[in-house]
Design a protein around this ligand. Structure first.
Ligand code: C5P
Length: 295
């Protein structure tokens, strides 16, 4: 472990994730649900700065009134988990999060921030923990944190933390659009009755389509079982899907526990046109690209 009197400072991007598919297999004894989901990193990101110097305490500044700026923020929890595991003490740590990923949106923003803090501290303190160790630490923080350690294209099972690398999704544009309401993930899971799920994604078919590099086949198979579970307060989700498909998306699906919807495009001009159209009605609209495994 490095002990230094110097201030150590690092900046890194925390990439959002989208779910190409999401299936809920069963409810487990611990109350969590057994998932089978294909996750993909996208270029939409938060910018994280971590500053450490001799002293005590972990603080966070999100420059946002609706994101916790204290111990409830899972980026702070990540720093605690890291320092405990690495047996590092006597460091005052300040985390600054320049937030661009909408919260409670199904985009894994909080998980991305927490995973990013683990990766940054691993570099800053030269602890050289393997990715598997960081994923293990991530499991203590939240179900999507292990995926966000390496990102890329992965099949996630169990709580979402049993990861298998898949053939990377072919480079493409992903338009993301979040309607102006939020969904509570625990509340949505509480509505799930696994025996009553009528339509499920063809996960094996999706893995094969990824392997074949067949973007059309991937787009056609995208599906998220939460789409039938999420309360339809209004028609936003369906309207966004329709707008994406009308603009030339190869496929469109809700991501995570919603309410954001994504559209897959193999043509930048069509993606830009969808982005411009949706931005007129929804301020949380983003034109993104796929990101390959980054660790
Ligand atoms: O682990 P995380 O805090 O991201 O999960 C939020 C909530 O979502 C959990 O408290 C649980 O209610 C629900 N959940 C679940 N099954 C999963 C993942 C999350 O029931 N696989």
């Amino acid at each position: 472990m490095i002990i230094t009197d110097k201030v150590i400072c690092k900046q890194m991007k925390a990439f959002a994730k989208v779910n190409i598919s999401l299936d809920i297999i069963s409810k487990m004894d611990d109350g969590y649900h057994y998932l089978k989901t294909i996750m993909q990193s996208v270029s939409l990101c938060d910018d994280i700065t971590v500053r450490c110097e001799k002293g005590e305490g972990i603080t966070v500044d999100t420059r946002s009134s609706y994101i916790p700026g204290d111990e409830r923020n899972i980026a702070v929890k990540a720093a605690h988990v890291f320092f405990d595991y690495a047996n590092i003490r006597d460091y005052k740590t300040h985390i600054e999060i320049d937030k661009h990923i909408p919260v409670c949106a199904g985009l894994g923003g909080g998980s991305a921030d927490a995973a990013c803090v683990l990766r940054m501290l691993n570099v800053m303190f030269d602890t050289r923990f393997e990715a598997e160790i960081l994923e293990k630490l991530g499991r203590e923080i939240g179900a999507d944190v292990p995926f966000c350690i390496r990102g890329g294209t992965k099949l996630a099972q169990g709580r979402g933390d049993i990861l298998q690398s898949l053939h990377p999704l072919k480079d493409c544009q992903i338009v993301i659009c979040k309607p102006p309401f939020s969904c509570s993930t625990p509340e949505l899971f509480a509505r799930v009755n696994c025996g009553k799920i009528k339509k499920r994604p063809d996960t094996d078919g999706l893995c094969k389509a990824l392997e074949d590099g067949d973007l059309k086949s991937v787009a056609r198979r995208m599906y998220n079982v939460f789409e039938d579970i999420i309360p339809r307060k209004n028609t936003d989700i369906d309207d966004i899907k329709a707008a994406l498909l009308d603009s030339g998306a190869m496929g469109a699906v809700m991501t995570g526990s919603g309410p954001s919807v994504i559209g897959l495009f193999d043509d930048r001009a069509h993606a830009k046109c969808a982005y411009d159209t949706l931005l007129k009605s929804y301020e949380d609209t983003f034109l993104t690209e796929t990101i390959k495994e980054y660790l």
